[in-house]
Design a protein around this ligand. Structure first.
Ligand code: AGP
Length: 606
């Protein structure tokens, strides 16, 4: 949420900062700003709207070889020019960009106002600029340290000061910051995406760490200014993976990447001889694995829904009671942490604050947590006792697709390993391995039918309200389908258990309210088809995602057949067409697919 960039070196900073902000825009896109430090002091340009609006309005002589920039997702105060970052002190000697939330901002704003400071924004961040300016320390490092000592909350922060033109000071507590090392220049950003075009030699700051960047290098230290001796390392990333290439959006690119991503998460993890999975990263031996009595999965949004799919897999394959819960609610009900429960945190970004705080709550109470995380080295990944990296590659679109698919596959591998140290037979293990191996091609087969799905999507796009329904394994699929649809089409899409329709929501069914129904070929097919009749009898338009062998009788429906796999793995093949329906509905409506209104890619606030 929100993006930070910074540059110090021998080139003009503004174009580099703007380019970096464009690459971070998925993290927040309601306003943007840059500050540069040149011969005449600090200059600031900031604007509500997109980075392109900022670029168009940038003053001609906006020069300086040091600078910081920000793209915002509003928390304190509306998205307007005044609330956009960078924020400055009254004399504009200090400029600050900040991600995170300062919890005691109201009290600090009051103190500053009482002292006669005229605040110019509604933000929490502005206090930081004033606190840095008012510190009596004689170094920028000391001034930043003093300011941070006064605030409570989370931050990734970058500070410029006109009296110290040879440096940028940055600090991290809860919001990521990565330093990028160049040739006689240094970069900083909240996300690798903004750095990879310039350098792949990077250092990740830890919570509680600060750094000073000069054109010649960087030093890292703690709040008491004692050094942390951090070294930069090479990261193996392909800068092209941060470009949409020939695709009209990242979401489209990322959907198309699913077969390759699925292949990667499976690579080296299938043990065909013993019909099990090889998940060394869990850091658990067979005895510890056998001792697990319960599995609790925690995630937010789509990660929570795929967690529900994962819980069903674990219960079916390993016969261990399992459930998923929204990580955002978990710690507020004072959860009982049991020693023989395996807690699983699932997150694409590895940054979602609600999930991270849930992990910290569990660990504080002595529980064991593993992570299913995509971003290597992210906060959640580092906080967990072990885990399964998802290897989906960078995911930029706000609407998660390939990471989600790999989460499902990650859960399948976990369920397989848990099952095979218990009662799952070797024959069943081999059956599932064969099924997992078929998944990439089957996903591709669905993606190949994009034109057909686009036509179906157009029939849904104009409905103000829709239902997505499924039963048991199909219900989390319906939840995820509704989530994706509402996220990018802005239509009201509600997920229901098919069995629950008749207990209330059937009252809403009409010609104007279509239903997307998941009807796999399984033990519930007949009942599901019965529910379709009830919807059709009330004039409700139907789109049915199903399997070739399912007989829908005389129900009038647009039918999409997906390939069959083992029934435990079917949910992910039922999910993929729902991504395409959401995407094409949003495209038809002319929405910005990758940057849906009010949202951001990583939710790093509570
Ligand atoms: C997915 O399409 C959503 N944008 C959102 O629900 C997301 O899954 C959620 O915020 C969790 O993100 P994470 O996987 O990075 O933790």
């Amino acid at each position: 949420m929100c993006g930070i960039v910074g540059y110090i070196g021998t080139q003009q900073a503004a174009p580099l900062l703007l380019e970096g902000l464009t690459r971070l825009e998925h993290r927040g896109y309601d306003s943007a700003g840059v500050a540069v430090l040149g011969g005449s002091g600090i200059k600031v340009a900031k604007k509500a709207g997109r980075v392109r609006d900022l670029t168009e309005g940038l003053p001609k002589r906006f020069t300086g070889q040091v600078g910081i920039g920000h793209t915002r997702w509003a928390t304190h105060g509306p998205a307007n020019d005044a609330n956009a970052h960078p924020h400055t002190d009254e004399a504009q000697r200090v400029a600050v960009v900040h991600n995170g939330i300062i919890d005691n901002a109201a009290a600090l704003r009051q103190q500053l106002t009482d002292d006669g400071v005229e605040l110019t924004s509604d933000t929490d961040t502005e206090v930081l600029a004033h606190l840095v300016a008012r510190s009596g320390a004689d170094t920028l490092e000391g001034k930043v340290r003093d300011a941070l000592a006064a605030i409570e909350g989370t931050y990734g922060v970058a500070v410029l000061h006109a009296d110290f033109p040879d440096r940028i000071v940055v600090a991290r507590n809860g919001s990521p910051l990565i330093i990028g090392v160049g040739e006689k220049e240094m970069h900083v950003a909240s996300d690798l995406a903004a750095l990879v075009r310039y350098t792949t030699t990077v250092a990740h700051l830890d919570d509680g760490e600060l750094a000073t960047l000069t054109a010649g290098g960087f030093t890292t230290y703690r709040q008491d200014l004692s050094t942390t001796h951090k070294l930069a390392e090479h990261v193996d990333v392909d800068p092209a993976s941060y470009d949409a290439g020939e695709h009209d959006s990242f979401m489209h690119k990322e959907m198309q990447e699913q077969p390759a991503a699925a292949d990667r998460v499976l690579r080296g993890r299938l043990d065909e001889r013993f019909g099990t999975a090889r998940l060394g990263g869990l850091n658990m031996d067979a005895r510890e694995t056998r001792a697990i009595r319960r599995v609790k999965i925690l995630g937010c949004g789509s990660a929570y829904y795929v967690g529900q799919m994962g819980a069903a897999l674990i219960e079916e394959l390993a016969r261990i009671p399992a459930d998923a819960e929204a990580a955002s609610e978990f710690r507020y009900r004072n959860p009982i942490i049991e020693p023989d429960t395996l807690y699983v945190a699932v997150s694409q970004s590895g940054e979602t604050l609600d999930t991270l705080l849930a992990v910290q709550e569990i660990r504080r109470k002595g529980g064991r947590v593993i992570g299913l995380v995509n971003v290597v080295g992210s906060a959640i990944a580092r906080e967990c006792d072990g885990g399964i990296y998802l290897h989906a590659g960078p995911e930029v679109a706000v609407a998660s697709t390939k990471a989600l698919t790999n989460m499902f596959i990650g859960f399948s591998l976990l369920a397989l390993q848990l099952g095979r140290v218990r009662d799952l037979s070797i024959a069943d293990g081999k059956r599932l391995i064969a099924g997992l191996t078929r998944l990439p091609d089957q996903i591709q087969a669905i993606l190949d039918r994009e034109d057909e799905l686009a036509e179906v999507a157009r029939t849904l796009a104009d409905a103000e309200s829709l239902f997505f329904v499924g039963r048991v394994r199909g219900f989390p699929v319906a939840r995820e389908g509704a989530q994706k649809f509402k996220e990018i089409s802005y239509r009201h899409a509600e997920a229901y258990q098919t069995s629950e329709l008749k207990h209330g929501p059937l009252a809403l069914i009409s010609e104007e309210v279509p239903t997307v129904a998941l009807v796999p070929s399984d033990e519930l097919t007949d009942r599901n088809v019965g529910a379709l009749h009830e919807i059709a009898a009330r004039g409700g338009p139907l789109v049915v995602i199903t399997h070739e062998d399912v007989d829908l009788g005389d129900v009038a429906a647009l039918r999409i057949d997906v390939p069959r796999n083992e029934r435990e793995l079917d949910p992910i093949l039922l999910t993929v067409p729902l991504q395409l329906l959401a995407y094409h509905a949003a495209l038809h409506l002319g929405h910005d697919i990758d940057k849906p209104r009010n949202l951001a890619k990583s939710v790093t606030v509570e």
